[in-house]
Design a protein around this ligand. Structure first.
Ligand SMILES: [Zn+2]
Length: 166
C-alpha cells in the first residue's frame, strides 16, 4: 500500500475511517486486517460500509458495527453499515500483516487453509507465537474469548491463545 500524496477522495477518506476500527477483542487488529471490511461506498454524503461478521453470535460484531458508524460519522459522512453474510468469512481472510500482528501480540494466528482435512478433524498443529515450536498442546477449547482456544507450549512452557479456524 502506498500513501497518496494528493488529497484523498471522499471514498478513500471513508475507507480509511472504517478501516481504522479495531477488533475490540484483539485491539492490534483492524477490521481491514481481519478481512471483514468488504468495502466502503460513498454516495453523496452517505458512506455505506459492507462488513462480513466473523463468528455468528460473537458479541464483537455489534460493537464493530457501531464503531464503524461512529468512525464514518466522525469523518463527515452519514454512516450506514450493511452486513454481508455470503460468502462466509473464514480465518483465511486475515491478511498477512494481520497474522504478523497477532503473533507479535502473543496470539498464534490461525493456520492457513481452514478447510484442510486436519481442520475438519479438529487436529490443528499450532506453532507457539513466542518460540515458534510446534510442540504444543491444547489446554482448553476456550481461551480468553470464545473465538480463541487456550494452548500451552511444551518447549517454552508458556500458555498462549490460538485464534481458532472456522
Ligand atoms: Zn514456545
Amino acid at each position: 500500500m502506498t500513501e497518496a500524496a494528493a488529497v484523498p477522495s471522499p471514498a478513500e477518506r471513508a475507507y480509511r475511517a472504517a478501516a481504522s476500527v479495531v477488533d475490540p477483542e484483539i485491539p492490534v487488529l483492524s477490521i481491514a486486517d481481519l478481512g471483514i471490511l468488504r468495502g466502503v461506498e460513498v454516495d453523496g454524503g452517505t458512506a455505506v460500509a459492507r462488513l462480513t461478521p466473523t463468528y455468528s453470535g460473537c458479541p464483537a460484531v455489534l460493537a464493530i458495527e457501531l464503531s464503524v458508524e461512529a468512525a464514518l460519522r466522525e469523518a463527515g459522512f452519514e454512516p450506514r453499515v450493511e452486513r454481508v453474510v455470503s460468502p462466509a468469512w473464514t480465518t483465511d481472510w486475515i491478511s498477512a500483516a494481520g497474522r504478523e500482528k497477532l503473533r507479535a501480540y502473543g496470539i498464534a494466528p490461525p493456520e492457513q487453509a481452514s478447510r484442510s482435512l486436519r481442520a475438519l478433524f479438529g487436529e490443528t498443529e499450532v506453532a507457539c507465537p513466542r518460540c515458534g515450536s510446534r510442540d504444543t498442546e491444547r489446554v482448553s477449547e476456550f481461551g480468553s474469548t470464545a473465538c480463541k482456544a487456550l494452548y500451552r507450549c511444551r518447549a517454552c512452557a508458556e500458555p498462549f491463545d490460538y485464534f481458532k479456524c472456522i
